[in-house]
Design a protein around this ligand. Structure first.
Ligand SMILES: [Zn+2]
Length: 360
């Protein structure tokens, strides 16, 4: 960036909350993500943001795109996203395409992108022009399903720190999960995230799989129009699973249903059917927003929460600092209580949760 740019945190640093950041560089004001939640009624406050030149979206999860109804407040800017992400936006949304992996352009600012290993169509993005600023969005290096492209050299990084300083590898989590997935089990999980990942894992282990319509459709997309988001060698197994999996509703095998909150859809229907029975087991594997049916089921003891990782570990943060050469890193999507430990672990990078960061 020819003159010093800035990154302003609107929401998403210091606490778990919707992603919304403002990058000001080369005379342009670019909003990075415009999320909602994940807790109910949690919106970013864009009242004082003013007119924005473009909105750039990292991936299609609600906490990154759920705030699109706020667009009139920031001047209805053009939206930039990958074509796979664009398909998941509300019907009629016009999107300027960014590559899944390669060089794109946002209003004259070159941007490099790569696959984020986290969601169909999901990308990290590195803005050019002298000073390299990288926004990772959500990412994971551990998915067996979604491809992850290594993060590029960058001076300043706003990075996914959803798990704070946690270092448990996915392989360890699988060992913890295994006994809970051995019998008949209901797994409410996002169709555009870990749902297909977990289903493929269990399918390869020989388990009977049942899929709701949304999860099956997401898998078919992944073997078709969203295929570029997959790791190599995955598509044929996933296609077989999408065709062979049974319908939900009967007590056998592992049933995948959406949404993960169980607030509506097939997950709500199946919870109603099974909540007062002792079987199947109900296992939640991701963040549970307070006040949702999922939260109620875990608190009552009917369901268990056992995490399946979809975000980076501490060792990924350390690798990130080493390979990118970043001087300043901003942890996003975690509580500020992790800041002191991250400052020690990520030396020599300067770790900050300041609300405005100058790109030098
Ligand atoms: Zn996400």
């Amino acid at each position: 960036m020819s003159e010093a740019g800035t990154v302003k945190i609107i929401s998403g640093v210091g606490a778990k909350g919707p992603a919304c950041f403002l990058l000001q560089a080369q005379g342009k004001r670019l909003m990075l993500d415009l999320g909602y939640g994940p807790q109910p009624e949690l919106w970013p406050n864009v009242d004082d943001v003013g007119r924005v030149d473009a909105l750039v979206l990292s991936h299609s999860h609600k906490d990154h795109i759920g705030g699109l109804s706020l667009l009139p407040k920031i001047g209805n800017p053009p939206i930039f996203a990958t074509e796979i992400t664009a398909k998941k936006l509300p019907a009629g949304t016009t999107v300027h395409p960014l590559p899944l992996k390669g060089r794109g352009d946002v209003l004259g600012i070159p941007v490099d992108t790569g696959r984020n290993g986290h969601a169909p169509g999901g990308i990290w993005m590195r803005f050019h022009g002298g000073t390299g600023f990288l926004y990772t969005g959500d990412y994971s290096t551990e998915s067996a399903l979604y491809a992850f492209d290594p993060l590029p050299k960058s001076r300043t990084i706003l990075f996914d720190c959803s798990y704070g300083e946690d270092e448990t590898p996915l392989a360890e989590r699988l060992k913890i999960l295994a006994p809970h997935l051995a019998g008949d089990v209901l797994l409410p999980a996002p169709a555009d995230g870990r749902g297909p990942d977990i289903a493929l894992h269990l399918y390869r282990a020989g388990k009977t799989i049942r899929l709701d319509d949304a999860t099956r459709a997401a898998m078919r997309d992944l073997t078709g129009s969203a295929r570029e988001s997959l790791r190599d060698g995955i598509a044929s197994d996933l296609a077989a699973l999408a065709e062979k999996a049974l319908l939900p509703g009967e007590l056998s095998g592992a049933t995948f249903a959406t949404p993960a909150t169980c607030s509506d859809g097939s997950a709500a229907k199946l919870v109603k059917q099974w909540e007062n029975a002792s079987e199947p087991a109900i296992v939640f594997t991701g963040y549970i927003p307070p006040g949702t049916p999922a939260d109620r089921l875990v608190k009552s003891g009917r369901a268990k929460f056992l995490r399946w990782s979809v975000h980076p570990r501490l060792s990924d943060h350390i690798t990130m600092v080493g390979t990118t050469g970043a001087a300043t890193v901003i942890p996003a999507f975690c509580d500020s209580k992790f800041l002191p430990a991250l400052q020690v672990a990520l030396k020599p990078a300067n770790v900050t949760m300041d609300q405005v960061i100058t790109l030098v």
